[in-house]
Write a protein of this length. Structure first.
Length: 571
């Protein structure tokens, strides 16, 4: 750090250290400005707890407005557990000035600084927090005295080798109150915590207005309260997980085929469509499939309770109750009209952490756009997507589309551009009926189908019908069934005609075979008769020859020639 003109003290809060390019200036003053309720004290306590866990060194907290017990109690709901650190590494001192001394208006900070020095040496502290210093300095009537006391603190930090954070109230325009005097000359880092009411919601943001010795962004970074304290909306909870090639089943085998094997693990998919198109059903089907495969899921439903969601899904053969009972599924119901987007986001992230989820389902995520500022809702949705990717979770978000809008070109949540896969659900109306349709608009990293399929939901479950076209038109529902019935009728007629023709050919063949057999019998009879005739002729000739021989012998004559005159004359 010797070559750094402004050494930094890392706070241990990753997002804050990144925004400030390393943390707060070491051995210098950092001031946190904000109106009442902006989170000044909270963030200073959050930094104190994170720093002491990071370095092991102590923190001295000078409570100048409210008792230390109140400060510790107010922080009880956060994960850093300030109460457990109190007296160990977090040392809160009640240094509120005596009212009599305040009334006199003639005091300085030397006594307070001496007390802090002693405590810092005793505990090995490296960081001191002055909570509400503007209140104390405001009791000094002279602006010159207030500036002198600020300068005293600066010199004291260098002498004691300490780093300090001051919290102070800000005016409506965002600048420090008059009690702090020319603050920009006395401190090295100014962190402005802003809040404003807009459209029924509260917008909180952090802005770095001064950072001596380093460049910084002057943009406002939206904040929200989580179980970890203040967090930026647009910030992932950790380093992004490596891109996975593994697949996570959707719960519907035919749909997985269209997706190239299922959703990519660690990706975010969006299901968009008008009411009643099956978004909630496919979302619940995915959650149940993850749990059945050994994963753990958080399933967030808006506008209905968990029990109602369980009942509704039973009608299509999805048993969410069993997975909830096993602990694999965390099913929570939230009301967007009751809480703002930042509070809803905080509850969802807390559920993801405690469940150690591998999958997240939010139905519908467009509910985060209601009951608050639109920009805040969009930031909350983006944070959900970033958090899921950082944790390697597979996320399925549903989004409502206004009736009449094209579900493949618009969504209320504006998340379609950052989702890895986008599935559009809709209706096809024809012949007086409405049928559900499903198509894949995009699926990054996957070869996927471009066909529009009919989504069929029954008590046994969900499936996709085969593609059926007639004359270049995809037929659905009754039109498809009628066309299929007509084809079955024509097929039956063709089969009957085939059977008839087959029987005719078989009869002709049998008749020909019979004629062939009869012809064979006639031939055999003729051959037998011919043989008999030949035998009879041979016998006749033999008898004639024998007779002639006997006549010739009786006359003592030579053997007569066959057919000779002797036979004729004798006769």
């Amino acid at each position: 750090m010797s070559g750094d003109p402004m050494p930094r003290l890392a706070t241990g809060i990753a997002w804050f250290d990144r925004l400030t390019q390393g943390g707060i200036p070491a051995r210098r003053l950092t001031v946190m400005l904000g109106q009442a309720g902006a989170g000044k004290t909270l963030l200073s306590c959050q930094i104190a707890a994170a720093r002491t866990r990071l370095s092991g060194a102590g923190v001295v907290f000078a409570a100048l407005e409210e008792p230390p017990s109140d400060i510790i109690r107010n922080a009880a709901g956060f994960t850093w557990d300030l109460a457990a650190l109190a007296g160990q590494s977090f040392h809160a001192l009640d240094l509120r000035p005596d009212p009599d001394m305040v009334f006199a208006g003639d005091f300085d900070l030397r006594g307070m600084l001496a007390t802090l020095s002693a405590k810092a040496r005793q505990t090995g502290a490296e960081l001191v927090v002055f909570d509400g210093l503007d209140t104390v300095l405001g009791w000094l009537a002279s602006p010159a005295r207030r500036s002198a006391e600020l300068a005293r603190i600066g010199r004291w930090l260098e002498e004691e080798d300490l780093t300090a954070i001051i919290t102070a109230k800000a005016e409506r325009h965002g600048g420090p109150v008059d009690a702090l005097g020319p603050l920009e000359f006395a401190v090295s880092l100014v962190v402005a915590l802003e809040q404003r009411e807009e459209s029924g919601g509260t917008l909180r943001a952090l802005r770095i207005t001064k950072s001596r010795g380093s460049g910084h962004s002057s943009s406002a970074h939206p904040l929200f309260f989580s179980r970890h304290g203040l967090e930026p909306l647009m910030w992932p909870g950790g380093d992004p997980s490596p891109a996975s090639r593994e697949r996570v089943g959707s719960g519907m085998a035919r749909f997985d085929v269209l997706l190239g094997g299922g959703y990519l693990r660690g990706s975010t998919a969006l299901l968009s469509g008008p009411p009643g198109t099956g978004k909630s059903t496919l979302a619940a089907l995915f959650a149940a499939s993850v749990c059945a495969a050994g994963g753990r899921a958080v399933h967030v439903v808006f506008d209905e309770g968990p029990e109602q969601a369980i009942r509704n899904m039973r009608s299509v053969g999805i048993d969410l109750a069993a997975h909830r009972a096993s602990g694999a599924l965390r099913l929570i119901g939230l009301q967007p009209g009751r809480d703002g987007p930042e509070q809803l986001l905080s509850e969802i992230l807390a559920a993801v952490e405690t469940q150690d989820a591998t999958a997240l389902v939010v139905d519908p995520v467009s509910s985060l756009m209601r009951g608050g500022v639109a920009d805040l809702g969009q930031s909350a949705i983006r944070r959900l997507v970033e958090e899921a990717r950082a944790r390697g979770m597979t996320a399925l978000l549903t989004s409502l589309v206004e009736v009449g809008d094209d579900p493949s070109t618009s969504t209320l949540s504006a998340v379609s551009t950052i989702a890895d896969a986008w599935i559009a659900l809709g209706y096809a109306e024809r012949g007086g009926e409405r049928n559900r349709t499903l198509s894949i608009v995009k699926a990054r990293g996957s070869a996927h189908s471009n066909q529009t399929r009919e989504l069929i939901m029954t008590a046994e479950g969900c499936t996709l019908a085969d593609v059926y076209t007639a004359g270049g038109t995809v037929l659905l529902g009754t039109a498809r069934m009628e066309r299929e019935a007509e084809e079955r009728r024509l097929e039956a007629l063709a089969s009957l005609d085939h059977q008839r023709h087959l029987r005719e050919l078989q009869a002709q063949l049998t008749e020909a075979e019979i004629r062939q057999r009869q012809s064979g019998l006639q031939s055999e009879a003729a051959r037998a008769e011919l043989a008999l005739l030949e035998t009879a002729e041979a016998a006749r000739r033999a008898a004639r020859a024998d007779r002639l021989l006997r006549i010739a012998t009786s006359r003592s004559a030579d053997t007569p020639a066959e057919g000779g005159a002797e036979e004729g004359s004798a006769a």
